[in-house]
Design a protein around this ligand. Structure first.
Ligand SMILES: Cc1cc2nc3c(=O)[nH]c(=O)nc-3n(C[C@H](O)[C@H](O)[C@H](O)COP(=O)(O)O)c2cc1C
Length: 177
C-alpha cells in the first residue's frame, strides 16, 4: 500500500504526528511519504491519502490564524516550521483538489486536550472537504497537545503510529474483498 500524508504545521507538532504516521505505515511493510502542504502536489497519487493540520479557531487554519500563530511564536521565542508563514495552507490546497471518485482517505488534526465540542477540530473540516471532492473518508482522528505550541500530550506519537498501522490494515483488507 502506498500512503501519502499531506500536512500543515506551524509549531511542528502536526509534522511530528505526520512523521509518526509514516513510521506506523512503513513498519507494517508499506510505503509512506509525508509532505508539507506548501510542497504538496496538486494531484496526490497514492492508494490512501491522509491529510492533517492544526486546529485553529475551531477549524482549519486561515491566513489570519497562521499569522497569529507565527506572531505568538515570535513573542515567545518559539521556533516555527520553515513554511509556517506561507500565504496558503490546507484550506487552499483542498479547495482545488481534483475530484476522485471513491478514492480512500483519512483526516487528522492536532488540537487542545479537551472535548472536541469545546476545542473544535480541523480534521472534521478536512474530512468534509475530502468528501466533497469525491473521496471516501475511512477515519478521522485527533491528536492532542498540552499547550498551543506543544508539546504533544504524552503517548500521542505512539498512538499515531498505531492508528496509521490499523488504518492501512483496514484499507488493505477492504481492498482484498
Ligand atoms: C491562532 C491559533 C488558534 C488556535 N485555536 C485553537 C482551537 O480553536 N482549538 C484548539 O483545540 N486548539 C487551538 N489552537 C492550538 C493549536 O491546535 C495548536 O497550536 C496546534 O495543534 C499545534 O500544531 P502545530 O505544532 O502543528 O502548529 C490554536 C492555536 C493558534 C496559534
Amino acid at each position: 500500500v502506498v500512503v501519502l500524508i499531506i500536512y500543515e504545521s506551524v509549531y511542528g507538532n502536526t509534522r511530528e504526528i505526520a512523521e509518526a504516521i509514516v513510521d506506523g505505515v512503513t513498519a507494517a511493510g508499506n510505503q509512506a511519504k509525508a509532505i508539507p502542504v506548501a510542497d504538496a502536489p496538486a494531484l496526490p497519487d497514492a492508494d490512501l491519502l491522509i491529510v492533517g493540520g492544526p486546529t485553529h479557531l475551531h477549524g482549519l487554519t486561515t491566513s489570519l490564524s497562521r499569522r497569529m500563530a507565527v506572531k505568538a511564536a515570535e513573542e515567545d521565542g518559539h521556533r516555527v516550521e520553515p513554511t509556517a508563514g506561507d500565504e496558503h495552507g490546507l484550506r487552499q490546497w483542498l479547495r482545488v483538489l481534483p475530484p476522485r471518485d471513491g478514492q480512500r482517505a483519512a483526516a487528522f488534526d492536532t488540537r487542545g486536550d479537551a472535548s472536541a465540542a469545546l476545542t473544535g477540530s480541523a480534521a472534521r473540516g478536512i474530512a468534509r472537504r475530502l468528501r466533497r471532492h469525491g473521496y471516501t473518508v475511512i477515519d478521522v482522528e485527533s491528536f492532542l497537545v498540552d499547550d498551543s505550541e506543544g508539546p504533544l500530550h504524552e503517548g500521542e506519537l505512539e498512538r499515531a503510529r498505531s492508528w496509521a498501522a490499523q488504518l492501512v490494515s483496514v484499507f488493505d483488507q477492504a481492498r482484498r474483498i
